[in-house]
Design a protein around this ligand. Structure first.
Ligand code: ADP
Length: 260
């Protein structure tokens, strides 16, 4: 597995032997960025060299999740940007070039240019894994990234809700159409376990993800419950996968499965 020269095709490949995993979802709010970030950090904890590209250029949320809001990547020269390093991984996000509160109002070609820079002009060094946090849905950017990096694998994030798994199916089919291998499904917000009585509540329903996995001929790699600590730690910029907490185990399990 290697990233063929980021998006440009006529240059020397930047990443040799890098396994690229794009993380996508049918819609926003299902926990895609939380899964991408925690998966990247968990792979780092397993000893791999990991990069994380926030390809959700307009709706970036990775800087907050990693507690690097306001940090600026260092540019050695105009074609060499050093990624930000945090919790053992290297990361690049539009959020570290833009002001958080000012909306970016950009059209497709400009966005494509930014992603090209993230791949080609960032000094990543030798990576074992590159995680790409895609924008939600089947838009131009996920399709472009899939077409330009044919060796990547695709990880689908969904909740058990029928409406979520339905739209998740669409992006998975898009991936399969351009011959991208589906690595599996991470089901997020699977259930809530009452900390007092330990009763499990299937808040978003049950069974839809398994149905989808069957349709797509893939498997459900992990079921991550709704946990207060996952949300709390995300909000303070400390991914739960980085700490010794039972909640870290879901992401360690996912990291082990995708690196098998
Ligand atoms: P997306 O990238 O799909 O838009 P996010 O990763 O930003 O979604 O997650 C949406 C919200 O849900 C965030 O506030 C996040 O902290 C919270 N969240 C995600 N996964 C969980 C979980 N398993 N338990 C509790 N909160 C979660």
């Amino acid at each position: 597995q290697r990233l063929v020269n980021g998006i440009k095709e006529d240059e020397t490949p930047l990443f040799e032997k890098t396994r690229v995993i794009a993380v996508g979802s049918g819609k926003g709010g299902v926990g895609k960025s939380t899964v991408s970030t925690n998966l990247a950090v968990a792979l780092g904890r397993l000893g791999y060299k990991v990069g994380l590209i926030d390809a959700d250029v307009l709706g970036f949320s990775i800087p907050r999740l990693l507690g690097i809001v306001g940090e600026r990547p260092y540019a050695l020269d105009e074609n060499t940007i050093l990624p930000i390093e945090k919790y053992g991984i290297k990361v690049i996000s539009m959020g570290n070039f833009a002001d958080e509160d000012t909306p970016l109002i950009w059209r497709g070609p400009l966005l494509g240019g930014v992603l090209e820079q993230f791949m080609n002009d960032v000094y990543w060094g030798n990576l074992d894994y590159m995680i790409i946090d895609l924008p939600p849905g089947t838009g131009d950017i996920p399709l472009t990234i899939m077409q330009k990096i044919p060796e990547q694998k695709f990880l689908l994030v969904t909740t058990p809700q029928a409406s979520a798994s339905h739209v998740a199916g669409r992006i998975a089919y898009m991936a399969q159409k351009v011959n991208i291998d589906l690595i599996g499904i991470a089901e997020n917000m699977s259930y809530f376990e009452c900390p007092d009585c330990h009763k499990k509540y299937n808040i978003f329903g049950e069974g839809e993800t398994e149905k989808l996995a069957k349709e797509l001929n893939t498997e459900v790699l992990v079921k991550i419950p709704i946990e207060i600590k996952i949300r709390e730690k995300s909000d303070i910029g400390l991914p739960v996968s980085f700490i010794n907490a039972p909640e870290a185990e879901y992401y360690m399990e996912l990291a082990k499965k995708v690196s098998e």
